[in-house]
Design a protein around this ligand. Structure first.
Ligand code: N1C
Length: 249
């Protein structure tokens, strides 16, 4: 009996408690059916655990993408750059578009920071490198890999919301420009429709020179359009379900 008690106590103290991060990951994951969240968690962890957080290449997340692949949702896929709040304010209310954050991996990791450490099998949420502290950082490599996989399945009419309140709405250093647009291929994607979000103090619109770069960088065969739409019009459509998705702008 004494031995059994000692064994149980030892086992309990040695067993690592689920971290808050893992709990968040699993509870967000479990909102999606048809996925084995424990498997997804394991595939996720292997990408960065026990590694220098600045030495996690984009490919480290390949097994994670394979464990939770993206399904194409033709004519409904929404991309964005510097317009996250407007986009999600809209997509939360209306079932018109699917963003990366509506997929399992995007929703599970949205807003989170994580990294590993050499010589440790834990996940840390403090002291992780920032977005531009080093090239191959844990969080940035994830978003690049996930965005690439999401763009790889884009098909039909693709929508992108860009920000008319900044100097360069189509910025070559953004994930949208550097990772997603180059993956839109004419055999899958018919049109790229840009919605330029116009606020009161907008400084650019569809005539901005950076949009010419976008038009020129898309695969030949994909048609391009750009429409200036006020933020209030997007919000109005978000709150009026009687307006058809296709009639929002
Ligand atoms: O660099 P960005 O914009 O152009 O990236 C946005 C682009 C979208 O189309 C998404 O599909 O890339 C995808 N994406 C996300 O879905 C996402 N969710 C949260 C890219 N980054 C994402 N984040 C965080 O936003 C990420 O941690 C990073 O800090 C920003 C990048 O957004 P951006 O510069 O506005």
């Amino acid at each position: 009996i004494v031995i059994v008690i000692i064994a149980v106590v030892l086992g309990l103290t040695l067993r690592q408690n689920k971290s808050e991060f893992e709990s968040t990951f699993l509870s967000r994951c479990e909102k999606f059916d048809q996925y084995d969240c424990k498997k997804v968690w394991d595939a996720f962890q292997q990408a960065y655990v026990n590694k220098d957080p600045c030495k996690v290449p984009v490919e480290a997340y390949d097994p994670l993408i394979a464990a939770a692949p993206f399904k194409p949702q033709c004519n409904r896929m929404m991309f964005w750059s510097k317009t996250k709040d407007v986009v999600h304010g809209f997509t939360e209310k209306r079932d018109c578009f699917v963003t990366l954050e509506d997929t399992l991996l995007g929703s599970v990791l949205d807003g989170l920071t994580w990294c590993g450490k050499e010589g440790s099998k834990d996940t840390f949420t403090n002291g992780c490198p920032g977005w531009s502290d080093c090239e191959n950082n844990t969080v940035r490599s994830f978003w690049i890999r996930a965005s690439a996989a999401f763009a790889d399945v884009a098909c039909g009419n693709v929508t992108a919301m860009l920000n008319g309140s900044i100097n360069t709405p189509f910025n070559p250093t953004s994930i949208f420009a550097s990772v997603e647009v180059p993956r839109f291929i004419a055999s899958r994607v018919k049109n790229l429709n840009v919605v330029m979000v116009i606020q009161k103090n907008n400084i650019s619109n569809c005539t901005d020179p950076s949009l010419k770069n976008l038009r020129q960088s898309i695969d030949t065969g994909i048609t391009f359009s750009c429409k200036d739409v006020s933020e209030s019009q997007i919000q109005e459509c978000g709150s009026k379900p009687e307006i058809a998705c296709g009639a929002c702008w």
